[in-house]
Design a protein around this ligand. Structure first.
Ligand SMILES: Nc1ncnc2c1ncn2[C@@H]1O[C@H](COP(=O)(O)OP(=O)(O)OP(=O)(O)O)[C@@H](O)[C@H]1O
Ligand SMILES: [Mg+2]
Length: 259
């Protein structure tokens, strides 16, 4: 059965997009069928994935156009035998206005992405949604369309607070999607030996308990290169970073299996 997952945190720049792309990359590599939905008008996930696989040229149909036509299949771009993406462009910024023009009913607005994804998601094992860092029609629609959220939490006090708010927001949205669950909180260690980092981890353990992932992401220069040039798996630094993410992906799979 398809599992749909949103990577969430209302704080910006904490690594949501990087995690969405690397998770998609590693899951498809292991043979899982993956759809990455770039549901952010900043379209960073699209850029990283297109650079990784050398996809060039203008999109035939943008995600927003497909949303307007109520047929997401028109915007699907096939990347590898096991990886597809719904790539975003700046025009996706029109999504909230489009929803308002469709209906004045707030409740109905929450279900639009869910409704559209249902038409295509059966083709995949995993649908991963990357969202902007705000409480918005984007995040609300993504969470209502999801089975799980995974919170990416930097070991900064503000990110812990934002992680807790993201979890809280998910609980509010259970009114619209009772099935959605927190799969876990992935610590993103800014500084392994930092005093604040360790204090934040302790607080997070208390707050999130078993939801806190045992494996974590460390700060690595190589990831900035991935964001700029696409993912590479050539030298030992690439392999080191990919192994670090693979451990988190393995824990993610174990957690889903344990459900
Ligand atoms: N583990 C890491 N080590 C070092 N840099 C990282 C790591 N993960 C992400 N980054 C860098 O941090 C920046 C922000 O990452 P990313 O775009 O994934 O965050 P985001 O939460 O999606 O941001 P936004 O809220 O704007 O969507 C990028 O420049 C990325 O290269
Ligand atoms: Mg992002």
């Amino acid at each position: 059965m398809t599992k749909t997952i949103t990577f969430a945190n209302f704080k910006g720049g904490v690594g949501k997009t990087t995690a969405s792309v690397l998770f998609s990359y590693l899951l498809q590599k292991s043979g899982k069928k993956v759809l990455l939905v770039d549901f952010d008008p900043q379209y960073n996930a699209t850029e990283i994935l297109f650079k990784t696989f050398g996809v060039k040229g203008k999109l035939k149909t943008s995600l927003f156009e497909a949303i307007e036509e109520q047929d997401l299949s028109k915007a699907v771009v096939n990347i590898t035998p096991t990886l597809d993406i719904l790539p975003s462009e700046i025009d996706l910024a029109g999504f909230p206005m489009h929803l308002y023009s469709l209906t004045q009913d707030k409740t109905k607005r929450f279900y639009f992405l869910d409704f559209l994804l249902r038409q295509i998601k059966k083709n995949y094992n995993y649908v991963i949604i990357d969202v902007p860092p705000t409480i918005s029609e984007f995040t609300n629609n993504a969470i209502v369309a999801s089975d799980y959220i995974v919170v990416i939490m930097q070991t900064h006090q503000q990110s812990l607070k934002a992680a807790a708010q993201s979890y809280q927001n998910m609980k509010v949205l259970k009114e619209y999607n009772p099935a959605v669950k927190l799969l876990g909180v992935v610590p993103y260690l800014v500084d392994k030996r930092g005093k604040v980092d360790n204090e934040v981890i302790e607080e997070a353990e208390e707050l999130f308990q078993h939801y806190l992932f045992k494996n974590c992401i460390m700060k690595r220069e190589r990831i900035k290169m991935f964001s700029k040039n696409g993912i590479t798996d050539e030298d030992m630094h690439d392999i080191d970073v990919l192994n670090m993410y693979q451990k988190v992906v393995n824990e993610f799979l174990e957690r889903i299996e344990a459900e």
